[in-house]
Design a protein around this ligand. Structure first.
Ligand code: DUR
Length: 310
């Protein structure tokens, strides 16, 4: 819109490409995206990634490789006969990355620091590659709060373990707070793609993002537990009363850093269990695998609704 204080003007060039909010980067003769095993000096990032429209992230390398194969079928993308999809970041030994036409599928590991580091480098990748209006999705797993296992939750809000709506980053000995905000229109668009005949529920709500899977999520089955089951249930009921539908470990930096970069983003997670009924993830492996495909299905519907194969 061109207005000086508008978030979009601050974060985007008029053509929709990502504006880096760090003046140091353009002064460097090359930028090494260390954890992706890519660099602006060693790779032609515009040639390799300039056509990216969607960046999909999830915890494990295998899930994101499967998603890459799945989305290839869904959008009808062809790769030359006899070739296979390659893990572009293979030699980082940190994250895995697959490219299928306009879609990047990347693993982010577990937790806030892991997805945080990845987001810095992927946002810079969007800038170096001059990608226009990329949309980021997290297709993840979570614990439900009063939801049956297998439910899909689209986050419309995020809180941390202290119920704050921002990402707190200690920088130079001071805490910097970045608001964790999701794109409300994207939430509505995704919700509208849930089919009434899907054999599971798709809901929207607040996602709690913690720094730990066990004590940080009020589990009773960690190596340590210094609270009672009553304390746990009181806390989970408080969360429920405050609109929290699921608990995971990445929503806060994902919402905050994409928002800070002016990138539309959505966190779509399946629940692996109802935390009001237990702590252990004990559904059979095949069931968990089927559940994990549900957020992928929803995101694929979105991608298909906006991009048609040429
Ligand atoms: N996750 C949770 N809590 C759950 C289920 C899944 O945090 O109860 C997510 C977040 C993290 C990984 O990346 O999955 C931990 O298993």
């Amino acid at each position: 819109c061109g207005k000086k204080n508008c978030h979009r003007t601050k974060t985007r060039y008029p053509d929709g490409s990502v504006r880096l909010r760090n003046p140091n980067i353009e002064l460097m003769d090359q930028d090494i995206l260390y954890h992706l095993a890519l660099g602006s000096g060693s790779h032609d990032l515009v040639e390799m990634f300039g056509d990216i429209k969607f960046v999909c992230m999830g915890g494990t390398p295998k899930r994101m490789e499967n998603f890459a194969h799945f989305i290839m079928k869904e959008i009808g993308h062809k790769i030359p006969t006899g070739t296979t999809l390659m893990d572009i970041s293979q030699y980082s030994y940190r994250y895995s990355m697959f490219k299928v036409g306009p879609v990047l599928s990347i693993s982010h590991g577990m937790g806030v620091p892991s997805i945080g580091i990845l987001l810095h480098e992927v946002i810079k990748l969007m800038y170096h590659a001059k990608c226009k209006d990329p949309i980021f999705f997290r297709i993840g797993t979570s614990g439900g709060v009063g939801l049956e296992g297998g439910t899909v939750v689209i986050s419309d809000d995020a809180i941390d373990g202290m119920m704050n709506h921002y990402y707190e980053v200690p920088m130079l000995g001071k805490i910097v707070k970045r608001p964790a905000i999701f794109d409300k229109r994207l939430v509505r668009e995704l919700r509208a793609l849930a089919h009434p005949e899907d054999p599971y529920e798709t809901v929207t709500g607040t996602t709690m993002c913690t720094g730990d899977f066990y004590e940080g999520q009020g589990r009773l089955d960690g190596a340590f537990c210094d609270y009672t089951e009553t304390d746990k249930m009181e806390f989970l009921q408080l969360l429920k009363a405050n609109g929290v539908r699921n608990i995971e470990m990445e929503a806060i930096p994902f919402a905050a850093l994409t928002h800070h970069a002016g990138i539309r983003a959505a966190d779509v997670c399946v629940t692996f269990l109802d935390r009001l009924k237990g702590d252990q993830v004990n559904a059979p492996k095949e069931v968990l695998e089927e559940w994990q495909r549900r957020p992928q299905q929803l995101v694929a519907r979105y991608i298909k609704s906006t991009c048609r194969p040429k």
